[in-house]
Structures are given as structure tokens and as C-alpha cells.
Design a protein around this ligand. Structure first.
Ligand code: ZN
Length: 461
């Protein structure tokens, strides 16, 4: 019996959060109530928060004042969620160029600034205020909770590791944080038999109560466990994210570990959607954001995707007043879900599956598999020097990294070294080079591919 978890959940965690001035626990309690509201009541809540956001953005940001004035709009003309359609989409390039103009002149001030590459290969900088951060934290705990992850559980994170850019003090603080919360982090990028065997060894030793993983990483580990008959544990729920979860990968994960729960999020706004026990699409985080799936028709008009149709994900972050993001296009495609009650009883609307977010697997010089998101974490902290990147593994095995520099014509020495360090660590025995380009072409289907594996052209018959 696990006596520490209830103590951690009920006493220690709330105390930690309260000591840091974070209302995570009361917000989580609130979200457990609102998730049962009717869709109409939730839309009313969103409309109220949207009005507040637009009013603030109009009063305090140069960008949104100009946008509303140009269209002859006033904040008071926003009565319902549908009124959002009067505002333009915020594409990733526009996010970058309007960064200063979207930063609010009045309080609340931003307290967190971070850059992100998501999985689309285009880094973006976001800033947000404390309130936004609290909602993000609580929303994440709520969504992960549907997959059985309760505060205080022993959690194994099979994830991409951030580069060691932080100071010693930050690293110690992080290690202490992880120990108190009982988190074990294992790098999921190396996928050789040896690396997978090590992960299984750690899993047996640590006995996690939940696993949080990159989807393709969890699938590779699951396949290894199943092929070698290594499972010796009772069901462990697996919460996956960062990449799309394919049905065949889900089947492998269930066999190797236990039920799989897909989540979808990005560092710009955190958890956007999470799967419940009904395993049929992901409930969106309606109390913290408005999630739209939009289709841009050939004539330039923008409309909502119909049920079953894929649309571009556009997010309005309802609690970020410091640097508002309204109708921010994340670069992902998601399939619209038919409206209707979920068997779980929650009123939150659903989306999914996510299309795109597919990364291919690379191979090192010994032929060992390497996760395709290998450079993403690094580029997430290098947005100031690189606008876009793409990894290409050529037929001869060599790896070419195409980079669109942000300023100048190449990466500065420090960042250049960091990229080569990552390549040397994860792709040993591979000829690695960087090519600087002005832009990276989309696929014929209009998608951005972060990883391209060149394959032999089949001989003509
Ligand atoms: Zn549900």
C-alpha cells in the first residue's frame, strides 16, 4: 500500500504550492466541478472570459487596438464564442512579428517567457502572466488525472531531455523537485536494444504508477517489451503526448503496460486536450482556452471544420492577458468531433485525432533507432538564432540539418556547438552537417515535415 501518495496529494503538495503562492489545488477542485457543466454553460463561461480578454487586449496592446479599429469593432461587440470569428487568425510568422505589439502596456505583467519549437520545427516565443500559469498547471493535472495520474504518484517520464543549459542551482532545484514529486526521467530519444533494455530495467526498479511518454517512444518501448516477453508488472496507465498515437501503437502499449491516454498540447498554451476513460477523442481545456478547428478555403475564407473533417488548430488563450494570443494557429491539424454527450459525463467538447505531428525514426551509425524529435528540445531554446529547421537522413546514412537562421547567415558558435554536441551524442558514427537555407518547403499536402528519411526510388518496371 502506498501511504506516501495520499499524504503528498492531500498535505504536502498543497502546502508546496501555497508556499509558492500558487492556487493550483483550489483551481483543480474548481475544474473538477466545471468539467461536468453542460456545453452551453461552458460556452457562457468562455464568452465571459473572451470579453475580458478582448477588452484588455484592446485597451493595452497596440496590435489588438489596431486590429479592432481596422474592422470597426469594439470589445463590447463580443457576446459569444462565435464572435471570435470576426478577428483574424494569428499565424506563427505573425506571432513572431507582432511580439512587442501584443505585449500589454498595463498589468498584469508577464512573469514567464519561453520559446518553443513544438513539433513543427518553427520556434515561437511566448510570454504570460501568473494567472495564466496557474490555470495551465491546474488544467494539466486535471487532464492527466483522467488518465489516472494523481498528484504524488510515482511517475516515469519517458521523454526528450532538455539540454543542460541551466545553471547548477537550477539543476539542483529541479532534482529536488523531482524527488519530492517522485518523478523519474528517462531520455526516450535513443532507441537501441540497449537503451530500451535500460528503460525496462529502470521501470522494474522504480515501479512507476503511471508513465508519461512521447507517443512514438512509448510505442518503441512497448514493442521491445512485447517482443521479448518482458512484462512482469500489473497495468500501468500510459499518458502519451508530443506525437500522434497510432491505433497499432496503442495496441502495443496496452499489451506492454496498460491503458493508453492520448493528450495534445504545446508549450505555447500547454494542455489543449486529453483523453478520458471513454477513449474516444480528447476533451478540450475549455475553461482555459477556446479551441477552434478552422479550414481556409481556396478563396481565402475561413470556416469551422465539419465533424470528421481535419482543420487547423487555432487557440485563444483566455487567461493570458500579458501577451494575448487570440486565434493562434499552432501548425497542427485535428479532426473535428461530432457534438454530443460523452459516456464519461463531462461536458467539455472533444477533438481528435491529431493529424500531422508525425515524426520519422532516424538511425545512428550502428543502425540503432533514434527518436525523430532529437533536435526539437534544443531548438526550443534557440529561437533567437533559428527560425526553422528540418532533419534529413540521406540514403548513405548521413544526416543533414537544414536551418533557417533568425539573424545573420549562420548559427553563432555557441549554438552551433550545441547542435553538434547533440548530433555526436545521439547520432554516433553518422556524418553530420548543417546547411543554411532561406526557407524550408512544405510537403505537397501543405504540411511541415521536421524529419525526412530519404528512401531508394523503386526501379521502374
Ligand atoms: Zn469523456
Amino acid at each position: 500500500m502506498d501511504l506516501y501518495r495520499p499524504i503528498l496529494e492531500k498535505a504536502l503538495f498543497p502546502a508546496f504550492e501555497a508556499a509558492r503562492g500558487r492556487p493550483t489545488v483550489p483551481l483543480l477542485r474548481y475544474l473538477h466541478g466545471t468539467e461536468r457543466w453542460s456545453p452551453d454553460a461552458l460556452h457562457d463561461l468562455q464568452a465571459g472570459l473572451l470579453r475580458r480578454l478582448v477588452r484588455h487586449a484592446y485597451a493595452h496592446t497596440a496590435y489588438y487596438r489596431a486590429v479592432l479599429d481596422e474592422r470597426g469593432l469594439h470589445p463590447d461587440s463580443f457576446h459569444a464564442v462565435a464572435d471570435l470569428e470576426r478577428l483574424p487568425l494569428l499565424d506563427r510568422d505573425l506571432v513572431r512579428t507582432t511580439f512587442e505589439a501584443r505585449t500589454a502596456a498595463g498589468p498584469p505583467r508577464w512573469v514567464i517567457k519561453k520559446s518553443t519549437s513544438g513539433t513543427t520545427g518553427t520556434p515561437v516565443v511566448v510570454k504570460y502572466n501568473a494567472e495564466s500559469r496557474y490555470w495551465r498547471d491546474a488544467t494539466r493535472w486535471r487532464g492527466y488525472g483522467w488518465g489516472g495520474y494523481r498528484i504524488g504518484m510515482r511517475a516515469m517520464h519517458y521523454w526528450g531531455n532538455p539540454p543542460a543549459y541551466e545553471s547548477w542551482v537550477q539543476r539542483q532545484k529541479l532534482a529536488l523537485d523531482r524527488k519530492l514529486k517522485r518523478d523519474l526521467y528517462i531520455d526516450c530519444i535513443p532507441r537501441s536494444d540497449q537503451a530500451l533494455g535500460h528503460a525496462v530495467h529502470e521501470l522494474r526498479r522504480f515501479e512507476p504508477q503511471v508513465i508519461v511518454a512521447y507517443a512514438a517512444g512509448a510505442a518503441a518501448l512497448a514493442r521491445f517489451v512485447n517482443e521479448h516477453g518482458l512484462r512482469t508488472w500489473a497495468d500501468i496507465p500510459v499518458i502519451v503526448g508530443a506525437e500522434r498515437l497510432w491505433p497499432h501503437d496503442r495496441a502495443q502499449i496496452i499489451e506492454a503496460f496498460g491503458p493508453a491516454f492520448e493528450t495534445y498540447g504545446c508549450r505555447e498554451v500547454m494542455l489543449i486536450g486529453a483523453e478520458c476513460e471513454a477513449h474516444d477523442g480528447m476533451h478540450t481545456s475549455m475553461e482555459t482556452m477556446i479551441v477552434e478547428l478552422v479550414v481556409r478555403d481556396d478563396d481565402g475564407t475561413v470556416r469551422a471544420a465539419r465533424p470528421g473533417e481535419a482543420g487547423q488548430v487555432a487557440i485563444t488563450d483566455l487567461h493570458n492577458l500579458a501577451c494575448p494570443m487570440i486565434r493562434y494557429v499552432t501548425g497542427d491539424l485535428a479532426v473535428a468531433h461530432a457534438a454530443g454527450p460523452c459516456p464519461c459525463g463531462r461536458g467539455l467538447t472533444k477533438i481528435g485525432p491529431i493529424e500531422g505531428r508525425i515524426t520519422e525514426t532516424l538511425h545512428d551509425g550502428d543502425g540503432h533507432a533514434v527518436g525523430g524529435l532529437v533536435f526539437n528540445v534544443l531548438f526550443g531554446v534557440m529561437d533567437h538564432v533559428a527560425r526553422n529547421f528540418q532533419v534529413i537522413q540521406k540514403l548513405d546514412g548521413s544526416v543533414l540539418l537544414r536551418v533557417v537562421p533568425n539573424v545573420g547567415v549562420r548559427l553563432p558558435d555557441k549554438e552551433n556547438r550545441a547542435v553538434h554536441d547533440v548530433a555526436a551524442k545521439y547520432l554516433p558514427g553518422i556524418r553530420f552537417s548543417i546547411e543554411y537555407v532561406d526557407e524550408i518547403a512544405l510537403t505537397p499536402a501543405g504540411k511541415r515535415k521536421v524529419v525526412v528519411i530519404e528512401r531508394p526510388v523503386p526501379a521502374a518496371s
